[in-house]
Design a protein around this ligand. Sequence first.
Ligand code: ZN
Length: 291
Amino acid sequence: MKMKLPSVPDTTPECKLTIMNAGFCKTKRSHLIKGADSTDISIPALFFLIEHPVHGNILFDTGYSTRYFEATKNFPFSLMNKMTPVQITEKENAISQLLEMNVTARQIQTVILSHLHADHAGGIADFNDSTIYIDKKEWRYGRQSKLKLLINGYLKHLFENINPSSVKLLDFEDSEYSYGPFLRTIDLFKDNTIILVPLPGHSIGQFGLLLNISNQERYFLIADSVYLKANYQKNKGGSILSRIAHYNRKQYESNFPMLKQLEMMNPNLIIIPSHDPDMYKQYINDTKVRL
Ligand SMILES: [Zn+2]
């Protein structure tokens, strides 16, 4: 598979990316990558603001939000907070951080959700006026009962009130558009800026976002395709417990060699998984936070 990406034409509208974080989850290092020590580690929940010169402000995911605590207050949902203890304050909710930057919810035209897990869709209820893009299979999966979803790692409370009329379902299987090595992608605005790439395995309909700013600056936001960059760089998954949590472990791990190749073949491409503490340190660099 040739993993070289096509070059970015000069005519591509120039987007701006801001990398942000909403909340942390406590786990053990050995949970994220096999063979690591079992020290505690706080992992971030990154989300991304993309300013598009024509299509306005776009969010890719929302991170956690303080609604997580309300949703996990009662048994059996409290089990989730036992498994994945979350730390977040009101001030750290995506909407609060955006307001701090003078961006209101109404000024977020579009929210793109990589998948429906609590650390990605946690703040979606704050963006009622936005158009929400989500994978068709993921959306259907999310219609199941709260209990069934809990067993599969979802908190339905966080996304059940999304207004269906604001949702635009992405049907990758129906797409004929390939972008470089990737088949069945979606060029969201048909202007080469945002290419959505299916990356299923972690969940039924997870996808990543390739952001083309220029040939010198391009990003692949890969959500939960790995926990750490080291997962694909060393071709090593997480603990047994973490591996069974994926929708399809084999499919999930089959992306590792692809990501490694992609990184090697495209030196200007920055691959960002959403929960890698090194990404937090590198791009958010909040010295007050210890990871
Ligand atoms: Zn996830």
